[in-house]
Design a protein around this ligand. Structure first.
Ligand SMILES: Cc1cc2nc3c(=O)[nH]c(=O)nc-3n(C[C@H](O)[C@H](O)[C@H](O)COP(=O)(O)OP(=O)(O)OC[C@H]3O[C@@H](n4cnc5c(N)ncnc54)[C@H](O)[C@@H]3O)c2cc1C
Length: 420
């Protein structure tokens, strides 16, 4: 079998893998190797030709390919090595070994000192949400429609209904409209928006596309090609109210009903997975339960903005380099991180207190929308960090930073409280 040795291996050449690889190299790692199954670097950003990327990280508005392009240049300048068209089949943390395959080299072994998982996520499909009805063509996930239109120049339909108000769905509502299609409705089962408010404004409101909150698609109609869908309002338990059913004639249904982190490799490696994010549990170094394995980006938790992905991936790459070099921080104690009121999950999930006085930024999503709130971090009942938020929304990630030296207990709690 073909064999390659490296110091830090990075699985996935999307924005997470690119940032992690550059960061590992900058931190002094020797040979850094990205393994990517696609024929080019950039991950999902290659098909995101709309603007809206980089506002936080580069302080300018870029398209997806432009954003990825900046990191690809850095990867090449830093001397990171890249294996394209190579699919990783297995990660063996104890043996520090990756098994991958490509048509060029066949089965290949990659020996590493540390590895960064950056495999991103995939879309939920019709099968995942079990919509009743016939099985005609014309039902796409929003991301596959995006790939067909933006990369393969193939238009997918003319009269469109979109199920799900996630960012991809809203972005595709605008894209389909710009391409000459009529988007008849974006239908969302929750009574609040799933994606970013800015996308509702720029992608739906600006184009007069109706958003139907607390509604769902109850049935798909059509034999060869989809001819229409029934939609209905839902009750508080998300059950359709069939007496409200209405028929919309359409030739296309796009599904934007959530993303699933690509963790088949992670599970096979017996790395601990969070029940909530479906991604590996990580500490503030983005280190998983298997010491040589780090993880970042959408494989850990579905991020709203790529800018946040880049920031956490820089951390993953940095500490993957330290692990490979044998210079990880000395840990004094572990601190339990507890989710308090209106916090769905926290990333990092765990925290180690080291001898260095580190600042740790926690990213999280709330369970339900609210206004005029305060995000607080408590240690031993004492507030050690807080910030105000005018509006919070499950579709938008929140964050708060703490100073490690302020922790005076075995656990910290992060919660959202109503401003008095
Ligand atoms: C449609 C859409 C619109 C978006 N719009 C915006 C926006 O306007 N602004 C914004 O900031 N963010 C946006 N985002 C979010 C942003 O694109 C993601 O947060 C970001 O791409 C996540 O990066 P990643 O590297 O974790 O994953 P990905 O970009 O998915 O990259 C993962 C890479 O891993 C590779 N891979 C997976 N498994 C293997 C394997 N076994 N072997 C080898 N390679 C593997 C994949 O081929 C892929 O290249 C959007 C996302 C989508 C899907």
């Amino acid at each position: 079998m073909f064999e390659i040795n490296c110091d830090v291996a990075v699985i996935g050449g999307g924005p997470a893998g690119l940032s992690a690889a550059v960061s590992a190299k900058k931190e002094g790692a020797g040979k850094v190797l990205i393994i990517e199954r696609d024929y080019s670097l950039g991950g999902i950003l290659q098909q995101c030709i709309h603007p809206g990327f980089g506002l936080a990280y580069f302080k300018e508005e870029l398209t997806g390919p432009e954003y990825a392009g900046r990191f690809i240049d850095e990867v090449l300048d830093a001397g990171v090595e890249v294996l394209l068209k190579t699919m990783v089949l297995e990660v063996l943390p104890e043996e520090k070994l990756i098994i991958c395959v490509s048509s060029e080299r066949g089965m290949t072994k990659v020996n590493f000192k540390s590895v960064v998982l950056a495999m991103g996520c995939r879309e939920r499909t019709r099968a995942n949400i079990m919509i009743p009805g016939t099985r005609p063509s014309g039902v796409y996930t929003a991301g596959s429609a995006q790939r067909l239109i933006n990369r393969q120049n193939a238009m997918v339909g003319k009269r469109v209904v979109i199920l799900g108000s996630g960012d991809i769905g809203m972005i595709m509502a605008r894209r389909m409209t710009l391409e000459g299609a009529k988007v008849l409705a974006v239908v969302e089962i929750m009574d609040f928006l799933a994606g970013l408010t800015r996308n509702r404004v720029q992608c739906l409101d600006d184009f007069g596309i109706p958003l139907k909150l607390a509604h769902t698609v109850t049935r798909i109609v059509g034999n060869e090609r989809i001819e229409g869908v029934y939609i209905a309002a839902v009750d508080e338990n998300k059950k359709p109210l069939f007496d409200t059913e209405e028929y919309i004639e359409c030739d296309t249904l796009l599904l934007s009903v959530g993303l699933i982190p690509e963790n088949e490799l992670t599970k096979k490696a017996e790395i601990k997975i969070s029940d909530i994010t479906n991604g590996p549990i990580v500490n503030q170094y983005m280190q998983t339960s298997a010491a040589p394995v780090f993880a970042c980006g959408n494989v850990v938790h579905v991020n709203d903005l790529v800018d946040n992905v880049s920031v956490e991936s820089i951390t993953a790459g940095k500490y993957a380099a330290h692990y490979a070099l044998g210079t990880m921080p000395d840990i004094v104690k572990k601190v339990e991180v507890i989710k308090g009121n209106n916090v769905r999950y926290l990333c990092p999930h765990e925290m180690n207190v080291s001898k260095e006085n580190e600042k740790v930024k926690f990213y999280f999503r709330v369970l339900c929308p609210d206004r005029d709130v305060k995000i607080v971090v408590k240690s031993n009942g004492e507030v050690i960090a807080s910030k105000k938020a005018k509006i919070i929304n499950p579709g938008e990630m929140e964050n708060i930073q703490i100073n490690m030296e302020e922790i005076n207990s075995e656990s910290i709690t992060i919660e959202v409280i109503k401003e008095a």
